[in-house]
Design a protein around this ligand. Structure first.
Ligand SMILES: Nc1ncnc2c1ncn2[C@@H]1O[C@H](COP(=O)(O)OP(=O)(O)OP(=O)(O)O)[C@@H](O)[C@H]1O
Length: 445
């Protein structure tokens, strides 16, 4: 099973029961799910990152529609020509008029078709000759014709969460007959009952499964490929052992460790551990480099994260924080820059947004720094936390007095409305017991 087809293909589910994650798009009670269950498929654009299940969802729709005698035709925009599309449409017209059969046309990577190629479908989607399902990793607002887009329902699929990845991996692990070793109960896999067949008994550490789920970055194909490579590597080292040692028997048990799966994940960006320590180390290095006004190092850490597959919005959020924490009022426009960079990243995504972040990072590295507001605010927080007993009441003169009773109780009494005074107003704003405290000068309250 492991030698021929990619594991990801053999594990591709046929039914929604085995389609995990993506609850916002096809969870219980979603419109799409009920449409799929009643087999009323509208034209769809499935938009989501690689390996999140776009083709798989189309595959499930295909399995379902075949049961209802609906034709399902697949084209890939990477190699299909406009003539191929015309052929499919012609055939769909014939099927519709002679046999009353519907056709669903699935186009993978639809964003690769240019606008005029996309125009070819338009009238046929409109008159119902074909139901179009397009899959794309790119924002369809920019990559799909507006007219076509308005005739399709856009389904946003997300990176698969870690729990869904674990479930997908476990489904594959079970189907390969691999046993999972519980690391909280250390057992020697060699102590498991021996296997009489020539096939070795295979084991995988549970932490290897978790690591694989984390490092796959929501990409089920990457996770399943990683698992397949790790298993194949272990099996071939078992064979090597026999050859080298000249022994006629080979170890009857094979253990796949966390290191094996890390090696199995060969894509460089996956080796950047988005969920683990490396993620925090790199963002910390970026923050400190900007604080230290080192523009070179700042750019380096930024690139290391982005090239490693980090979510640009995660970096952008940190920049927003940095703008206030480290630059503050030394350059108040830093906050505007950071928010603009965040929104820009949100609009255009990777890889285009990398230069926005680079610009912002260099701006911040070069900017003057001030932690005045940050420290003063920390002093206020410390003051509140360290306070013994009930917090002091709000001084009466600072309170609003919307009712007669409140006025009678002295609310707002003696308050000096500043705009009425041409001179600076002498008035207390802190509670009585904090008089004289200056959070901007004090370290502790
Ligand atoms: N939600 C899911 N539930 C179960 N398995 C999944 C899911 N998503 C993906 N897979 C597994 O991962 C493999 C790759 O997924 P798929 O081809 O659907 O990704 P995709 O979103 O179309 O990616 P790409 O844009 O790279 O083509 C599938 O063959 C399947 O085994």
């Amino acid at each position: 099973m492991l030698q021929g087809k990619p594991l990801a293909d053999t594990m591709r589910p046929d039914t929604l029961q085995d389609y995990f994650g993506q609850s916002k798009a096809v969870g219980q009670d979603t419109l799409l799910r009920s449409l799929l269950e009643t087999n009323e498929i509208p034209s769809l654009i499935l938009w989501g990152p690689p390996g999140c299940g776009k083709t798989t969802l189309a595959h499930i729709i295909a399995s379902n529609s075949k049961k209802h005698s609906i034709r399902f035709v697949t084209l890939s925009a990477t190699n299909a020509k406009t003539n191929d599309v015309r052929d499919v449409i012609k055939q769909a017209q014939n099927e519709k008029s002679f046999f009353k059969r519907k056709t669903i046309l699935f186009i993978d990577e639809i964003h690769r078709f240019n606008k005029s190629q996309q125009d070819t479908f338009l009238p046929h989607v409109e008159c119902g000759t074909i139901t179009l399902i397009g899959a794309t990793t790119e924002n369809p607002s920019f990559q799909v014709n507006a007219a076509l887009l308005s005739r399709c329902r856009v389904i946003v699929l997300e990176k698969l969460p870690v729990e869904a990845m674990v479930t997908i991996l476990m489904r594959a692990i079970n189907s390969l007959g691999i046993h999972v070793l519980d690391s909280s109960r250390p057992t020697d896999p060699l102590s498991h009952s021996s296997n009489s067949s020539s096939e070795p008994a295979m084991f995988i550490e549970d932490k290897a499964v978790d690591t694989l789920a984390y490092l796959s970055d929501g990409d089920a194909r990457a996770g399943l490929n990683g698992l397949q490579l790790a298993v194949l590597a272990r099996l071939s080292s078992r064979k090597m052992f026999c050859k080298k040692s000249g022994q006629s028997y080979s170890p009857s048990r094979v253990l796949i460790t966390e290191n094996d799966v890390k090696e199995g994940l060969q894509r460089s960006h996956i080796l950047y551990d988005r969920a683990g320590e490396e993620h925090y180390n790199c963002i910390s290095a970026l923050h400190k480099s900007m604080r230290g006004s080192d523009q070179n190092a700042s750019l380096y850490w930024l690139a290391r994260m982005l090239e490693g597959g980090e979510d640009p919005l995660y970096v952008a959020r940190r920049l927003v924080r940095f703008a206030s924490e480290d630059i503050g009022l030394a350059d108040p426009s830093a906050l505007t820059q950071a928010v603009a960079a965040y929104q820009g990243c949100h609009f255009i995504g990777m890889p285009e947004c990398e230069v926005l972040l680079a610009q912002c990072v260099v701006y911040f590295a070069r900017a003057p720094k001030s932690i005045e507001v940050y420290s003063a605010y920390n002093n206020v927080k410390a003051c509140l936390r360290n306070h013994q007993g009930p917090l002091p009441p709000v001084p009466l003169h600072l309170r609003n007095a919307p009712t007669r009773l409140m006025k009678d109780l002295g609310y707002g009494k003696g308050y000096k409305y500043n705009p009425m005074y041409s001179e600076p107003v002498d008035q207390e704003y802190l509670p009585e017991e904090l008089r004289g405290v200056d959070f901007f000068k004090q370290r502790r309250c």
